[in-house]
Design a binder for this molecule. Structure first.
Ligand SMILES: C[S@@+](CC[C@H](N)C(=O)[O-])C[C@H]1O[C@@H](n2cnc3c(N)ncnc32)[C@H](O)[C@@H]1O
Length: 230
């Protein structure tokens, strides 16, 4: 269980990723629990699972796991922003909940990080992989490479749940597409958008298959993919 008295600690506003969507405490918890319920339904998440929350920020999903299950075998949050992982380690880590900082580069969140990509996990060990609004801020080369690492990380019946911007008739990969979505995109990798065929080519090249696709219902109009090993 998470270190808590009556309530699970919630990250302060400045540590909440996802813009206006997660600022309000009630909405923050609701989205987290909702995602855990979807992981249960679509990916078979249960109390015996190992769950990798890649790009976990300050641990929004950990709050959902705590509220919904109390504890699972292994919740592992990984992120490249040291300050957020420090907060999560101080406030959310405990039996069944751990967080790892990796100093890996991303042009938006950690431009001076190392080009050496890692998911900070062993091959074949992840039952449920979760990446919410992570591929929405990622260059094309990293996307392709990380999908391969995700495939390696999954256990035999593992599933990967992820969100990203995909559209049918657009360029393969584009950064901050003008006039697209609800925001005025600013700065590196604020919004990265894929053509659906292009993203799914990467999925295939990584020896993954699409288990579920839901168009445009996630934060700011992202789509949902659930992937499995081929
Ligand atoms: C928009 S935030 C989403 C945070 C969280 N998934 C949520 O839904 O609340 C994107 C997160 O991905 C992290 N990130 C980006 N590239 C990463 C990488 N290569 N490895 C791990 N985390 C990464 C960022 O640091 C940031 O915390």
């Amino acid at each position: 269980m998470l270190k808590r008295g009556k309530k699970t600690p919630l990250p302060p506003g400045k540590y909440r990723m996802g813009g206006k969507h997660f600022k309000n405490d009630k909405a923050f918890i609701k989205t987290a629990v909702g995602d855990v319920q979807r992981l249960e339904k679509y990916c078979g998440l249960n109390t015996s699972s190992s769950l990798l929350d890649w790009g976990c920020g300050a641990g929004r999903l950990a709050v959902g796991v705590s509220e919904h299950f109390g504890q699972i075998r292994d919740y592992h949050g990984v992120d490249i922003q040291a300050e957020l992982i420090d907060w999560a380690n101080e406030n959310l880590a405990g039996p069944g909940f751990r967080f790892t900082h990796v100093n890996v580069s991303n042009e938006r969140y950690n431009p001076d990080g190392s080009p050496e990509r890692t998911l900070a996990t062993d091959p074949g060990t992840v039952d449920v992989f979760y990446a919410y609004s992570v591929f929405s801020h990622m260059n094309d080369e990293d996307t392709q490479a990380y999908l391969k690492l995700i495939e390696e990380s999954l256990s035999t019946h593992g599933r990967a749940f992820m969100t990203c911007f995909v559209e049918e008739d657009v360029a393969g990969w584009e950064e901050n597409p003008e006039g697209y979505g609800p925001l005025d995109w600013k700065g590196r990798l604020h919004c990265t958008r894929f053509a659906r065929w292009h993203f799914e080519d990467h999925v295939n090249a990584a020896r993954l298959a699409v288990d579920r696709f839901e168009y445009g219902q996630e934060t700011d109009g992202q789509s949902l993919y659930v992937l499995r090993k081929r």
